[in-house]
Design a protein around this ligand. Structure first.
Ligand code: SAM
Ligand code: SF4
Length: 334
């Protein structure tokens, strides 16, 4: 039992849920081609969870054994007054880790307020070090702004800066060694993510998805690397350190070729109040309705428990049983 007396959130496969990803908006100022269509329809404002509602769900989840919160989106920095929400989440009992995933376009102005509000870690998405390639991947000319945002985060004193890079064959896979060099020079943790079929339309395919193993081998030819001995077994990324003792690391989120479903301890809360037990879930569990109908904490805890009980054993990307969810990554909360 958790400290409040609520049962711990554990699924049918004995996976204890310890991480909640909270999407605070479905909007974004980039249009990464693998994530968001140009002509996307936004959620109506009234269906977005308020800060009070997000805080309540987070508090009840923490009472059920969740220890880590990650705020995401869409682009979370587009949510008005985000530092206020961060401050409210940062003081919740039982919280051990509070992080944010962002594209960094707004970090120049927000890095310091977020740090002051109690944010501990940021993961920044950056798919190219080259402004032209960045524009092609994101459909926006904002490379300089993003690089400025990364500098602002670095200067604001976040513990570790992680860069997330989705690798697409023929577009940015020639940059992996440059990213590894950047990790060494700036003491960043660079994580390479395999392209997953969560895009709008049909852009995904094994021809454009680059297996993490291939990237690892390319990097190791230039910078010898070894597995991080302190690897968190529940983390999606397998991290490697530089053998020569250089700072920083490279990590590989091989969601397609090396699924980590058996150790997955995450659930997601969408911006419109649905619990998703897997990125690839085909059904969602509504909390918005019950929250607005006056559900008390015990009822919310029961709804969370019931959702967790349906957590999928694994995804089916490579076994022929895969059905793509209707919502894209930006609407789910990556
Ligand atoms: N806008 C923020 C950002 O880009 O960091 C947060 C939300 S974004 C959906 C979270 C992460 O999901 C990003 O690192 C992004 O690159 C990744 N992502 C989006 N679509 C993806 C896909 N189809 N396959 C793999 N990763 C994807
Ligand atoms: Fe926006 Fe992030 Fe999706 Fe890119 S990956 S379109 S930055 S939500």
């Amino acid at each position: 039992m958790a400290s409040s007396g609520l049962p711990l959130l554990t699924d049918r496969y004995a996976r204890r849920i310890e991480s909640l990803r909270i999407s605070v908006t479905d909007r974004c100022d980039l249009r990464c081609f693998y994530c968001m269509p140009e002509d996307v329809e936004w959620l109506p404002r009234k269906s977005l969870l308020s800060f009070e509602e997000i805080e309540r769900v987070a508090r009840v989840a923490l009472e059920g054994g969740v220890r880590r919160l990650r705020v995401t989106g869409g682009e979370p920095l587009l949510r008005k007054d985000l530092p206020t929400l961060i401050a409210r989440l940062a003081r919740l009992p039982g919280l051990e880790d509070l992080a944010l995933t962002s594209n960094a376009t707004q970090l120049d102005r927000l890095a310091v307020p977020l740090r002051q509000a109690g944010l501990e870690r940021v993961n920044i998405s950056l798919d190219s070090l080259d402004p032209d390639k960045f524009r092609k991947l994101t459909n926006r000319d904002m490379h300089a702004q993003v690089m400025g945002g990364i500098d602002a985060a670095d200067a604001a004193g976040f513990g570790h800066i992680s860069l997330n890079c989705v690798v697409i064959r023929g577009q940015n896979d020639d940059e992996v060694v440059d990213f590894a060099r950047l990790a060494r020079e700036r003491a960043f943790d660079v994580r390479f993510i395999e392209f997953m079929p969560l895009e709008h339309g049909t852009k995904w395919g094994t021809d454009v998805m680059v297996p993490g193993k291939e990237l690892r081998e390319r990097i190791a030819e230039v910078f010898p690397i070894e597995p991080d001995p302190d690897q968190d077994p529940h983390a999606p990324s397998r991290d490697w350190l530089f053998r020569d003792g250089a700072p920083g690391s490279v990590g590989f989120i091989d969601s397609v070729t090396q699924p980590f479903c058996s150790t997955c301890n995450r659930i997601r809360l969408t911006a419109d109040g649905k619990i998703r037990t897997c990125l690839f879930s085909l059904r969602e569990n509504d909390l918005l309705g019950p929250l607005r109908a006056g559900a008390d904490d015990k009822e919310l805890a029961a709804l969370l428990g019931a959702a967790v009980a349906t957590k999928e054993k694994k995804h089916h990307i490579t076994d022929g049983l895969f059905v793509k969810p209707e919502r894209t990554m930006s609407q789910i909360g990556g």
